[in-house]
Every structure is written in C-alpha cells, then in structure tokens.
Design a protein around this ligand. Structure first.
Ligand SMILES: Cc1ncc(COP(=O)(O)O)c(C=O)c1O
Length: 384
C-alpha cells in the first residue's frame, strides 16, 4: 500500500541518520538508566502490600472512565492523601504524566492566551501547548532575562510552563526567580515535578514544597512512573481547577480510570515517603558520590545537575551509540540519547542514579566513562 511506502521512507531516513529508535527488552545489566530512583518499582514493602490487598479486591480494572463506572472511593481517598502530602487544596489522578500535562494545558489555556515555556520542556507539555492553539514563546533554558523579555510581549492570560528537574539535562529551574517574575507580570505557573517527585525535599515532596513556594503555583503535576515506581500522575491545584478538568480535560473524561492495583501501589509508595523513606538519603549519597568521582576527571563533559540525572555529552549519534555499547558490554545499563531527541552535537549518555546502586558499581561506571573519553580524545588527536 502507498501509505506503507511512505512510512518505510521515513524509517529509512531515520536509519540513514543513525537515529532509528528500537524497542529492547531489559537486560539484567546494572541499572543506571531507569527512572526507578528509589527502587520503589521493586520495593518488597510495596509488593507485599499489593499481595495482601489483592484477595480483597472485587476487581482489578476500573471498568470505565471516572465520569461513568470508573470512579471509586479508593481513588478519591488516595487523591486526598496526595493532596495532603503535597500541601495542595486538591489532587486529580490521571493515567499518565503525558495525559496530565497535555490535557491540563490543552484544556485550561485558550487560544487568546500566551504560553511562555522553557526550551527544554518535555514533549507532553509541548503537546498541550500545541493543542491549546495559544500564542507560544519558548525561552532560553533557565534564562530569566529571556523569560522576562517574553513576558513583556505576552497578550491575554499569561502562563509559564516549566519543569522542576529537566529530564534530559538533570538541572533544576530557578523557581524562586520564576515565581517573582510571574507575580510581577501576573502569570500563572504550570510546574511539571516529574523528576523531582521522591527526589527533591526531605520526604521527596518536590521542588515547590521544598522551597515553600507551593501556594504560588497555579498547577503542579507529580508523576508516578519515576521515583514512585508505578505509573499515573496527579494535577494539584485549587478546587476550581479540579472541577474544570473534570468537565473539560479530554484525556481525563474520555479514558478508562486508573486501575485499583496502580492506585494502591501509589498510595503505599507515598506512605513510605511520608514515614521518612531511607532510600532518599541513600539516593543523595550516591548522587554526591558520582559527582565527587566524576569531578576528578575534568575531561569528562558532564552537564551541571542537581538531581539523579546526569548527562555525559558525547557528540554524534554514532559515537554516543558506540560509547553506550562499550559500557553495556562491561555490564552496566547506560543508554545513549540521540539527536533529534536532543540537539545535534549534544548527544549524550544519560545516566540515572538510584538508591540501590552500590559504591563499587558507581566507581566502576566512572572508570568506564573515563576510559571512553580517553579513547575518544586519542582518536581525535590522531585524526588531527
Ligand atoms: C519531565 C517529564 N514530564 C512528563 C513525563 C510523562 O510522564 P509519564 O511517563 O507518566 O507519562 C515525563 C516522562 O518521561 C517526563 O520526563
């Protein structure tokens, strides 16, 4: 069929650019790439809790959207639990962070408004921006002068869309400065806390609460597919926002509600955070250990990070893929992030640290990085 030819052409082009994406089944290597920062996806307490609850469940699937048969008291209780934990007036559960981000922005922002978003914002936020049809300006990553410049140009209601921790670079947004500008220009902030949830703050409450700025943010999105070890997300905000989303947000209205096991897993994970989960301390010990060790090798080009995500820049899709393979062959699961996912020249090994990585594993990984950079440096010198 003609359409298949067109699809094939697009795939061939990707292949020629060394940028073809392929699915792989996980491999039993040492995990330096998953988003399971606290090991909650494999946590025995959470698994045992689900095993205890399972026989008591009348059903697993929610069997409908929230507005039809899919609403149930457990999901509302957990929304209240999460709203309390995050010091928010209300919470609304979504099936994924992608749906929460895209649905929130697409429904709340009108085409007469202006959205100003950080240039490194996640695809789910961009999708919401596209669907809203609002005037949208990106601003230079974390650059407050650029943000202010765009705020001055904005018409209609103004929205600032940002992330607490940027998922590719691992750095943190200057939230206090952004809140100050938002107040000055009467802009509403939409904050994606995906990679800050469970990571930033003593209890993993996220950046806004850690800085005491939670009441200055219009909508916060916390996702559960990363440190919480499950999947789904909540949008936190005033009751009017929750009611509005229930009425106007398409991914919420027209999708089957989250299932019981997912909601129970999220609830248990948050109980662990509430009770001062030791894994957060272990995670930060490992983050600091990795930073300390890599700083000894100044020629390893690592982007500044204040989170569990570290990017080692190795320009070129082919080169970075070879580097990932080298580390994988040594038993460590590190993935290459290729262009066009990141800009050409900024291809990288994206390394995620976890509470469960051992001191020895981290040391060995840093040594492997050092070897790779030395090999590349030598190659470049020979070519020159
Ligand atoms: C910053 C950010 N926001 C949102 C999402 C989407 O969340 P989910 O995986 O729950 O759909 C991701 C996932 O990769 C992310 O990195």
């Amino acid at each position: 069929m003609f359409i298949n030819e067109r699809l094939n052409e697009a795939l061939k082009k990707r292949e020629a650019e060394d940028a073809l994406r392929q699915l792989r089944v996980s491999n039993g290597l040492v995990d330096f790439c998953s988003n399971d920062y606290l090991g909650f996806a494999q946590n025995e307490q959470i698994k045992n809790y689900l095993a205890e609850q399972l026989p008591q469940l009348r059903k697993i699937g929610s069997t409908g959207s929230r507005l039809l048969k899919g609403n149930y008291s457990l999901i509302e209780q957990v929304e209240n639990q999460l709203a309390q934990f995050h010091d928010a007036p209300t919470a609304l559960f979504f099936n994924s962070g992608y749906e929460a981000n895209s649905g929130l922005i697409a429904s709340v922002v009108s085409r007469h408004d202006t959205i100003i978003y950080d240039e490194l914002c996640h695809a789910s936020l961009r999708e919401g921006i596209r669907l809203s049809a609002a005037t949208a300006y990106s601003f230079l990553h974390n650059d407050m002068a650029a943000l202010e410049d765009k705020l001055q140009k904005a018409k209609g209601e103004k929205f600032i869309v940002i992330e607490s921790v940027y998922s590719m670079d691992g750095d943190v947004c200057p939230l206090l400065e952004i809140v100050t500008l938002a107040n000055q220009y009467q802009a509403a902030i939409i904050l994606d806390e995906a990679h800050a949830t469970g990571v930033i703050g003593n209890k993993g409450e996220g950046l806004a609460q850690h800085l005491g700025l939670q009441h200055q943010i219009f909508a916060r999105v916390h996702t559960f597919g990363k440190a919480i070890g499950s999947n789904g997300a909540v949008v936190l905000g005033e009751p009017v926002l929750r009611n509005y989303l229930i009425n106007f947000c398409k991914p919420f209205i027209y999708s089957t509600a989250p299932n019981y096991l997912q909601v129970l897993a999220v609830s248990k994970a948050y109980h662990l955070l509430q009770n001062g989960e030791a894994a957060i301390v272990q995670l930060w010990e490992n983050i600091n250990r990795f930073k300390f060790l890599t700083q000894r090798f100044s020629h390893i080009s690592i982007l500044k990070s204040d989170s569990a995500i570290f990017s080692v820049i190795i320009p070129g899709n082919e080169q970075v893929k070879l580097a990932a393979k080298y580390i994988q062959n040594a038993g460590y699961d590190v993935r290459a992030v290729l262009s066009p996912t990141v800009p050409a020249g900024k291809e990288r090994l994206r390394i995620c640290l976890h509470s469960f990585n051992t001191e020895l594993e981290i040391l060995r990984l840093v040594k492997l990085l050092e070897q790779i950079v030395t090999i590349i440096d030598n190659d470049t010198t020979e070519e020159a």
